[in-house]
Design a protein around this ligand. Structure first.
Ligand code: SAM
Length: 230
């Protein structure tokens, strides 16, 4: 489903030569659909405490007017306003989301703002087909997507220009001497991710496919912020 699609002014890139990678398996997709269909209506409120971290992540993308940026697992589109503002009217924002109930809220956001250069796709990020490669990609609280070890390198190669900036933010286990942070991570993760696997280093598969420039902790070590380049 494309909700908004107008040609950007940046020159189209040559078509990506890698085909789409495999998507999350059926049971995982079902679990994610269930999880996020149930949360869609209250999602924006629940994420409000992370607004500053979101701003920091988007600033770390170092976007310029006219650039193309991907918001992978874009959810209800909470990052879209700042991404759109950073790339301007000549740039392009592409949001990819697999849960229709979440995407419909992103669609409303785009329609209300009247952005003609924000495109939304209902797809698993691993399978999305893009008309152009992007200058940057954001993974904001997309734990389950980042655990797709075999699909991530193909996704990055297919979707991003060489040197493209990538920023990821998410929950992670804090060191054992921070039990309150870990209690928060456990509660939040049980509520919001399909599997607790990989929470010690949720960034590891992404980091393996990038040149990582910075990996920092946030939120009393309950979250990480990774910056790197393809
Ligand atoms: C915690 S929400 C984050 C939403 C958004 N990035 C934000 O900043 O608010 C995670 C989102 O990723 C989506 N998601 C999970 N795996 C995905 C995948 N493989 N492809 C596309 N979307 C995915 C979920 O449906 C959910 O909407």
């Amino acid at each position: 489903m494309r909700t908004s699609s107008s040609p950007g002014h940046s020159p189209p890139d040559s078509p990506p030569d890698n085909g789409p990678a495999s998507s999350p398996d059926g049971p995982l997709q079902d679990k994610l659909q269930q999880l996020y269909s149930a949360r869609a209506a209250r999602y924006d409120l629940e994420l409000a405490p992370f607004a500053t971290l979101r701003d920091e992540a988007i600033a770390a993308l170092q976007l310029q007017p006219g650039r193309t940026v991907l918001d992978l697992g874009c959810g209800t589109g909470l990052s879209l306003p700042a991404l759109r503002q950073a790339v301007g009217s000549r740039g392009r924002v592409i949001g990819v989301e697999l849960c229709p109930a979440m995407l419909v809220r992103a669609q409303q956001r785009v329609a209300e703002a009247g952005w003609r250069n924000v495109e939304l796709q209902l797809a698993s990020a691993e399978q999305t087909v893009l008309k152009r490669t992007a200058d940057a990609a954001l993974f904001f609280f997309t734990h389950d997507l980042l655990q797709q070890a075999s699909a991530l390198p193909a996704l990055l190669a297919r979707a991003l220009k060489p040197g493209a900036r990538v920023v990821a933010v998410g929950l992670c286990w804090a060191p054992p001497w921070q039990p309150w942070s870990n209690a928060f991570v456990l509660g939040a993760a049980l509520y919001s991710v399909a599997s607790l696997d990989g929470l010690a280093q949720p960034w590891r598969h992404l980091a393996a496919a990038l040149r990582v420039s910075q990996l920092e902790r946030r939120c009393l070590d309950a979250a990480y912020l990774l910056q790197g380049c393809r």
